[in-house]
Design a protein around this ligand. Structure first.
Ligand code: CTP
Ligand code: CA
Length: 227
């Protein structure tokens, strides 16, 4: 029922969303990823479309249907996700980073499948840090001049208020959405805490669909008004 009565609070807005995990290749058949299901990001994409926005969803590998009316761009690695986001961010009014981006990737990808050989040492993986997509976009001129409103997510396993408050400042975003994980990965419901420069408020346990709508109402209320 609620979908029929979704207020069009994002009419005329372009919303860019990242979702899911990233996949960082070790060799052509192996890689490193994480347990993000993408459900929260896809729920936000659907809710934003229903709220009247033009939505672009940049997704890592997930097993989810594309929400109706949403433009989806599939990527694998963090660097591909950054490139896709940078191509789209110039036209966006809102950027919501829900993706569980791999913090590190193997320093180099083997061109061929790494073979095991009797008596040989196990391969030692070297890592390098991935680019921070959210921080990169949040520090762009469009974001810093208030034309692009950036929203981050943070799953913490402990000390949510302390870590999320610090993370919001570090990322340079006006709004950061925190939750206690990783037990929320793959679940259909969640509890979200919104951190902004006036403190934090909790959105109590609800389905990711309901939370997505509530979050978008909060975001819409924070967007600069048109003259
Ligand atoms: N994020 C991103 N690019 C990265 C890492 C994170 O865009 N390379 C985004 C996530 O999509 C999320 C926010 O930054 O919106 C916070 O991600 P998180 O992993 O919680 O923060 P990190 O800075 O990576 O800190 P840590 O994992 O050490 O807690
Ligand atoms: Ca991280």
């Amino acid at each position: 029922l609620i979908t029929f009565f979704t207020p069009k609070v994002l009419a005329g807005k372009r919303v860019l969303i990242t979702a899911g995990p990233t996949y960082e290749a070790i060799d052509p058949v192996r890689g490193i990823t994480n347990r993000s299901s993408g459900k929260m990001g896809f729920a936000i994409a659907q809710a934003a479309q229903q709220a009247g926005a033009e939505v672009t969803l940049i997704s890592g590998p997930v097993a989810l249907e594309t929400p109706r009316g949403v433009l989806r761009i599939d990527v694998q690695s963090a660097r591909q996700m950054l490139e896709a986001v940078q191509q789209q961010a110039g036209a966006a009014d809102v950027f919501i980073a829900t993706a569980a981006v791999a913090d590190w990737r193997p320093a180099s990808m083997a061109d061929a499948k790494i073979k095991k050989a009797e008596g040989e040492a196990t391969p030692g993986l070297q890592f390098v840090e991935n680019p921070d997509i959210l921080a990169t976009i949040a520090h762009s001129p469009r974001a810093e001049s208030g034309q692009l409103y950036c929203v981050g997510f943070a799953a913490e396993s402990e000390n949510l208020v302390e870590y999320a408050t610090a993370k919001r400042r570090r990322k340079g975003v006006p709004l950061l959405v925190g939750n206690i994980g990783p037990n929320t990965f793959g679940q259909d419901d969640n509890v979200l805490t919104l951190f902004d420069d006036s403190g934090h408020v909790e959105l109590p346990r609800a389905s990711k669909q309901v939370l997505a709508r509530q979050l978008l109402l909060e975001i819409a209320a924070r967007l600069p008004r048109r003259q």
